[in-house]
Write a new protein. Structure first.
Length: 124
C-alpha cells in the first residue's frame, strides 16, 4: 500500500491529508475536514493540474511586459510546454484583462489570457 501525504490548499486551514493507494488507485482518504479536501486529494494524486502564470512582450503599450495566465488549470506535465509556447508571443497594445493572448496553450485547448490592462503608449 502506497501512502501519499498532501496539504490541502482549499482554504487557510491547510489540512494534512493522507491518501492510501493501491496499484495506482485511491483506496482511502483521511485527514480532510470537509469533502473539498477529499476531492482535491484524489485529483492531485490521479490527475494533478495547475494554473500557469507567465508574461509576454508588448509593443506600443504603456508597459513592455504583460502578465498572463492559463484560463483554467492545465495538466501538470504540460506546465513547461505551456510556458515555452509564450516565448515567441508578442502582443500589440491596447490589451484588456481577459483578452486571449494565445488560443491554445501547448495543445491543451486552454487559452492564455491577459491579467492586466495595457494602454497605448502616450507620445507626450
Ligand atoms: S479539507 Fe476542507 S477544511 Fe481542510 S483545508 Fe481542505 S478545504 Fe479547508
Amino acid at each position: 500500500m502506497e501512502k501519499r501525504e498532501l496539504i490541502c490548499i482549499g482554504c487557510p486551514l491547510g489540512c494534512m491529508i493522507t491518501v492510501d493507494m493501491q496499484d495506482g488507485k485511491v483506496v482511502k482518504v483521511t485527514g480532510n475536514t470537509c469533502p473539498r479536501g477529499e476531492k482535491y486529494a484524489v485529483k492531485e494524486v490521479t490527475c494533478p493540474t495547475r494554473i500557469v502564470t507567465s508574461s509576454v512582450r508588448v509593443s506600443g503599450g504603456d508597459i513592455h511586459v504583460l502578465s498572463v495566465k492559463t484560463r483554467e488549470a492545465v495538466p501538470k506535465e504540460k506546465i513547461f510546454d505551456c510556458a515555452n509556447a509564450l516565448k515567441t508571443v508578442k502582443v500589440a497594445a491596447p490589451v484588456r484583462i481577459g483578452d486571449i493572448i494565445l488560443k491554445d496553450a501547448a495543445g491543451t485547448g486552454i487559452p492564455f489570457v491577459a491579467t492586466k490592462n495595457v494602454k497605448f503608449r502616450s507620445s507626450l
